[in-house]
Design a protein around this ligand. Structure first.
Ligand code: GLU
Length: 503
């Protein structure tokens, strides 16, 4: 590749970050890293009506959580700043004016009321080839009228003049040759009355100014591509145009359309990377992070949404994704989002994670439930024992809390009706003779042998043992639990359990 690879993730800071947005960021990041390039965060905040306090920092935090922080960003500027479009405002007008001067764009003086009236009259109204000559703009007014209006600072926008009967064609890195008929595209606003550029102008001017080499963005931007392509051409930069790749959509679980935040709410799963609180309404939308996803798992599941390495391999660390990522293997077709599968990824990552990696998260989950862990060593042993049973990080609470606090409630419905004095005597003797030096396997053998000597079937006493130790019918091997609880605690719990079952 001749040109240095520079890619950008260019979100508008308008709210929570959809997992599709994170996937776009990830693919940009992977492409940059694969090619020794630079990954840039550019904040596209030119639409001041949609500006949301805190949304930029939230995006930065999400990227950091995923481990894909940008090399250049508003927080860490490089040589191409500023990295917020609102701070680049003075740079745009000259290009819009240049386009007017060269006949590719025009001033439009129509007021909001006039446009509203027009739309009411013609519900499918589009400002473009068919209608532009009936409107109030520099194509229909005389030059002196236009000069006068400009001199009076009359509110106006600048619109692109879409050419008639042209095919705009480019080669998308994923889709191949894509063509658009210019007759079907309206005259988009490039510069707004407040002097701010619209997305279309800003995206082109900034991609040029920031020397962006490749653009990875969602398929929803494909219809905008002809406008951008024409702007690159009309501004005289056609030879420097970046290569484009429009990433496949992330679809609803049933494959019917794009996955939206509303689908998540409806189907009961998160769509945002992290918790997002709307600063105006205070409404909280749950994110993958807080639900208990490991960032490794989240990145992994996004990495294979619309991409594979050509084999059946599904588990990829970020390092592995960096090494194997290739644009050729991004699919054209939309990728269905399956929350059960997402959880499967997390489960796999928890199983594979080291105890050290999990300890901090588990500790914080436990502490949210009011359980403080005194011994890190014990916590490590407990995590090792139960991690295969946890799908989401909060599952560790139920799976580990009984190691740190004696159960106060017992799921004894299956035990009590069959409880009798023989069983009580058996448990007393087991507790009194408990040799904690034995291994879990040896303890089990001793337990079964004692049961047989007492004329009890081992199966009859296993469940009561689990319930007195755990409180419920779950958890890892019961003699592993005995080993970890230690002699005294096991004895105490058996004694307490006997009282409970006798009552
Ligand atoms: N600001 C656009 C967005 O919010 C960027 C689209 C693009 O990458 O061109 O996604």
């Amino acid at each position: 590749m001749s040109k240095e690879v520079r890619v950008r993730f260019a979100p508008s800071p308008t709210g929570g970050l959809h997992l599709g947005g994170v996937r776009t960021a990830l693919f940009n990041y992977l492409f940059a890293k694969k090619n020794n390039g630079t990954f840039i965060l550019r904040v596209e905040d030119t639409d001041q009506t949609r500006f949301v306090e805190g949304a930029e920092q939230y995006i930065v935090d999400c990227l950091e959580w995923c481990g894909i922080s940008p090399d250049e960003s508003p927080q860490q500027p490089g040589a191409f700043g500023p990295y917020r479009q609102s701070e680049r405002k003075p740079s745009y007008r000259q290009y819009a004016e240049q386009l007017v001067a060269s006949g590719y764009a025009y001033y439009a003086f129509d007021t909001a009321e006039e446009l509203t009236a027009k739309r009411a009259e013609e519900p499918n109204f589009l400002y473009g080839q068919k209608s532009r000559m009936q409107m109030r703009n520099s194509l229909t007014l005389t030059q002196s009228e236009v000069s006068e209006l400009l001199a009076q600072n009359a509110p106006h926008v600048i619109r692109i003049k879409m050419p008639t009967d042209e095919q705009v064609t480019f080669t998308d890195m994923i889709r191949g040759v894509v063509s658009f008929d210019t007759n079907l595209v309206d005259d988009k606003v490039l510069l707004k009355a407040d002097g701010m550029p619209t997305y279309h102008l800003a995206v082109v001017v900034d991609d040029k100014a920031m020397e962006i080499s490749h653009i990875f963005r969602g398929e929803e931007w494909l219809p905008s591509a002809p406008i951008h392509l024409l702007l690159w051409r009309y501004l005289g930069w056609a030879n420097e145009m970046p290569a484009w790749a429009h990433l496949p959509l992330i679809l609803k679980p049933d494959g019917n359309g794009k996955l939206s935040k509303r689908d998540g709410d409806r189907l009961g799963f998160p769509v945002y990377a992290m918790n997002w609180t709307d600063p105006k309404t205070g409404d909280l939308t749950k994110g993958f992070k807080e639900l208990g996803f490991m960032p490794e798992a989240f990145v992994n599941l996004l990495g294979v949404l619309g991409w594979n390495d050509g084999t059946d391999k599904e588990i990829f660390s970020l390092e592995e994704l960096k090494a194997s990522f290739s644009v050729e293997r991004i699919s054209k077709a939309g990728a269905k989002f399956d929350f059960e599968k997402a959880k499967w990824f997390n489960h796999e990552w928890i199983k594979a994670a080291s105890v050290e990696r999990l300890a901090l998260s588990v500790k914080s989950e436990l502490s949210k439930s009011g359980i403080e862990v005194a011994s890190d060593e014990k916590l490590a042993e407990v995590i090792e024992l139960v991690k295969d049973r946890c799908t989401l990080l909060p599952d560790f609470v139920a799976q580990t809390s009984y190691f740190f606090t004696t159960p106060t409630e017992y799921d004894s419905a299956a035990v009590k009706p069959k409880w009798n004095a023989d069983k009580a005597a058996f448990f007393e003797e087991f507790a009194n003779t408990l040799n904690i030096e034995l291994s879990a396997v040896e303890l089990e053998a001793a337990f079964k042998a004692l049961a047989e000597r007492k004329g009890l079937k081992p199966g009859e006493v296993m469940l009561p043992l689990r319930i007195v130790l755990v409180g419920g019918k779950f958890g890892p091997g019961v003699f592993d639990i005995v080993k970890l609880l230690g002699k005294e605690e096991t004895q105490n719990r058996i004694a307490k359990g006997i009282v409970e079952f006798n009552s």
